[in-house]
Design a binder for this molecule. Structure first.
Ligand SMILES: Nc1ncnc2c1ncn2[C@@H]1O[C@H](COP(=O)(O)OP(=O)(O)O)[C@@H](O)[C@H]1O
Ligand SMILES: [Mg+2]
Length: 234
């Protein structure tokens, strides 16, 4: 029996993300989509994950969010082994600590702007408690918004209540170059303000240089993503 007090919180000294010997296939007997020996992401890092369509980018995000659990290895987020806290624990943990931005922003059309932004807070009292609502939030329907305004709402929704980890799955793929840069700029500003760690997925390698670090998924080979430091230590 798990009491409410023992729900996992953030452990401030732990890497935000730490993967060790992670292998994942969607079904028993189907091919391995994710095969990562090591991946550590420090607090406040802005990570770019690139790879062609079908290379496992969204699958990696599902592992980080605890939507799925690997058949092999460990996924730690904020120091917690996601396999060890159970399905309900993962739902709670995700709501408390992770902000999501999806392709086309996934705003809910029948809700107002403010309702869209506070949506994650319905799942998380912690984040609702942290939330400081900006003055002048619009009570408009999101269907009346420009793309630029939709970007703002999507970023605000992901960052509300200061989640430690923000996960973005190709949010800029439908935008033209100017809007793409403007959105990345906004996202970086918001993440820096909240000291959030950002994992941003795209098939568009041109944006990689804007980030602190890029991770390449090929979908074929075993990846050792520990980086230069580990290679230098060998
Ligand atoms: N929910 C799912 N069930 C079964 N297979 C899936 C599922 N999601 C993705 N896959 C498969 O996993 C592989 C990687 O997909 P995905 O992670 O979506 O790649 P990407 O985001 O890089 O385009 C693909 O072969 C895809 O068909
Ligand atoms: Mg994808």
């Amino acid at each position: 029996m798990v009491s409410s007090q023992s729900f996992p919180g953030a452990q401030p000294d732990a890497p935000v993300v730490s993967l060790s010997d992670v292998r994942f296939a969607w079904n028993a007997g189907s091919s391995i989509v994710i095969d990562i020996h090591r991946l550590d992401i420090a607090r406040g890092e802005r990570i770019f994950v690139r790879g062609p369509s079908g290379s496992g980018k969204s699958t990696l995000l599902s592992l980080l969010g605890g939507m799925v659990i690997p058949q092999n290895g460990t996924v730690r987020v904020l120091g917690h082994d996601l396999a060890g806290i159970g399905g309900a624990g993962r739902d709670r943990f995700r709501a408390d600590h992770i902000g999501f931005i999806f392709q086309m922003f996934n705003l809910i059309p029948y809700l107002s702007v403010v309702e869209n932004v506070i949506l994650p807070c319905g799942f998380s009292q912690r984040r609702a408690g942290n939330a400081i609502m900006a003055a002048g939030i619009l009570h408009r329907r999101v269907t009346e918004l420009s793309v630029g305004q939709q970007q703002r709402v999507a970023a605000a929704r992901a960052l509300i209540g200061a989640p430690e980890l923000v996960i973005a799955d190709e949010p800029t793929s439908a935008l033209d170059a100017d809007r793409r840069l403007a959105f990345i700029d906004l996202l970086f500003q918001e993440c820096e303000r909240e000291q959030a760690t950002l994992v941003f997925v795209s098939h568009d390698a041109a944006m990689a240089s804007l980030f602190d670090r890029a991770i390449e998924l090929t979908g074929m080979t075993r990846a050792d993503l520990a980086g230069e430091a580990a290679a230098a230590a060998r």
